[in-house]
Design a protein around this ligand. Sequence first.
Ligand SMILES: Nc1nc2c(ncn2[C@@H]2O[C@H](COP(=O)(O)OP(=O)(O)OP(=O)(O)O)[C@@H](O)[C@H]2O)c(=O)[nH]1
Ligand SMILES: [Mg+2]
Length: 217
Amino acid sequence: MSADADIGTDARSSRPGRARIVVVGEFNSGKTTLVNALVGAPVLTPSAVARTAHPTVVGFAPKPSLSAETTDRRRMPVAWDGLDAVAPGDIRRLHVGVPLERLKRLSVVDTPGLGLADGESDRRSLQACRTADAVIWCTPAMQAWKASEEQTWRALPERVRARGLLAVTFADAIASPADMDRLMQRLSAEAGPYFRRVAMASELGSLTAGDAAVGTA
Ligand SMILES: Nc1nc2c(ncn2[C@@H]2O[C@H](COP(=O)(O)OP(=O)(O)OP(=O)(O)O)[C@@H](O)[C@H]2O)c(=O)[nH]1
Ligand SMILES: [Mg+2]
């Protein structure tokens, strides 16, 4: 992936009054878990085995709903157990609608892991970042901010990185408060220059639409 990757134009203004947060990172870094925290409900299924396959937009709907947006931008309703009916390569995004008050002001996007060989998957995730007010990169505490993460993040377009927040996931893997302090100091020094803010995922999980929209997060 290069800084020239096609993510289209900035379309944030197309959702007046609603903020969008996109969660990115490498595989198994706790992205789906953080999306659920941001949504405030266990809407998606985190898994160490089953990977998130498509960018998945979680937003408000009066009734629970699921639809697939195809590469030619059509939306088709899908049954909860009927995703297999759509060819995976034809899916640009999934849209999950949930009747939660918080989602009237905030939509949250889960993405497949970035930075592996699948350029098409990375491109679709980047397209989701294009309409984001905040882009959260998840880094697992056990091996936080590896060289591969820095490389992938720094290859993203500047206008995506300008809205970047670094979330430390798997906080329960940190043995002691002293280890936590050391980790945060290292991350501030090594990753801080590339993000608006470095914080534990538990802090970012309670971001409000206002935080994301005005860029004070
Ligand atoms: N102990 C612990 N487990 C976690 C934490 N966050 C996520 N997990 C577990 O780690 C596994 C992967 O979490 P996900 O949230 O699915 O990670 P992901 O980045 O969405 O994974 P992919 O979609 O495969 O890239 C799941 O089994 C989660 O339950 C955490 O903070 N602590
Ligand atoms: Mg996932």
